[in-house]
Design a protein around this ligand. Structure first.
Ligand code: C5P
Length: 283
């Protein structure tokens, strides 16, 4: 059995361009892995299965993106060996924290080890599974472009931690992009350069163009953001298509004390360190 973890991510900013003929939007932003992680195991079995570690079924069964990722590696290896995968989720779903994509990247890595498939072949499979899977496979800090498949790794960031809050509703990524089209491609929520940690200031203001679309889909989003800004006394940004919100703090202790002030209705509220990797295999 191979065990590993798959780290979630925050989109520190997300610029969006006009809908392409292939149904995707060009994006540009800095993506950062965070130390909120799902746990995965993969082993040979008598028949294909995916479940939680406690044996509970996974909602979408073998259609789950993590299983599809492992099956793609198996095909690449020209094997028909049945696989059993367990997936223990800590990353909140439909939150803009890349949970499904992280699991797919983790499953690529575990299956790659199991079937001895080279990293370069895994990198070719990643964009076929989802736009965020290439970043999650690369992990750490990266400048991301294209529809998500163009990942330029950057030196690890440091000197700050994040407080991440997921309000009590979900936003589906396709719906957010569709609303952004309907709203005539609005420019988004901005965190001014002066409010950024020093290492990020050369990037200029951080902008998430999907914010107006996310706020239009989830009526409570703007109140959650405004309340957190008041309570924390700093700018609060949206990650990806949301509804996860985040702010920068000096270190994990300061982020943890900010999280203590979050209203109890949140789906998720945690102080997060940056992760230098997107996944890890436990030897
Ligand atoms: O690639 P993924 O399956 O995660 O994308 C889900 C949906 O989100 C796409 O079908 C598309 O509607 C939207 N999307 C987009 N532009 C991107 C990424 C995703 O429009 N760059």
């Amino acid at each position: 059995m191979i065990e590993g973890v798959a780290y979630g991510k925050v989109n520190l900013g997300l610029r969006v361009g006009r809908l392409r003929p292939d149904g995707f939007h060009p994006v540009a932003g800095i993506f950062q892995s965070i130390d909120v992680a799902d746990e995965l195991t993969l082993s040979s079995a008598n028949e294909d299965s995916i479940s939680s570690a406690a044996g509970r079924p996974v909602v979408d069964g073998l259609d789950n993106l993590a299983f599809r990722a492992a099956a793609a590696v198996r095909t690449e290896a020209r094997s028909a060996q049945p696989l059993a995968i367990t997936l223990d989720k800590r990353i909140p779903t439909a939150a803009g924290l890349g949970g499904g994509s992280a699991d797919a990247a983790g499953a690529l890595a575990l299956a790659g080890r199991h079937f001895a498939v080279a990293a370069v072949a895994l990198a070719e499979l990643a964009p076929q599974l989802g736009s965020d899977v290439p970043f999650c496979l690369a992990g750490g800090t990266a400048r991301v472009g294209g529809r998500g498949e163009d990942v330029q790794s950057m030196p690890a960031l440091g000197g700050f931690a994040l407080a991440v809050v997921v309000p009590p509703f979900e936003i589906a990524t396709p719906a957010a992009f569709r609303r952004w089209d309907e709203m005539d491609e609005p420019s988004g929520l901005r965190m001014p350069q002066a409010a950024l940690p020093p290492q990020l200031r050369p990037e200029g203001d951080l902008v998430n163009d999907l914010y107006p679309a996310a706020a239009s889909i989830a009526a409570g989003l703007d109140d959650w953001r405004a309340d957190l800004e008041r309570s924390w006394g700093r700018h609060v940004m949206l990650s990806g298509s949301g509804p996860s919100l985040y702010a920068f703090f000096l270190d994990i202790e300061e982020a943890a004390s900010a999280v203590d002030d979050v209203p109890s209705g949140a789906r998720f509220a945690e102080a997060c360190d940056l992760s230098p990797v997107g996944w890890r295999i436990d030897e």
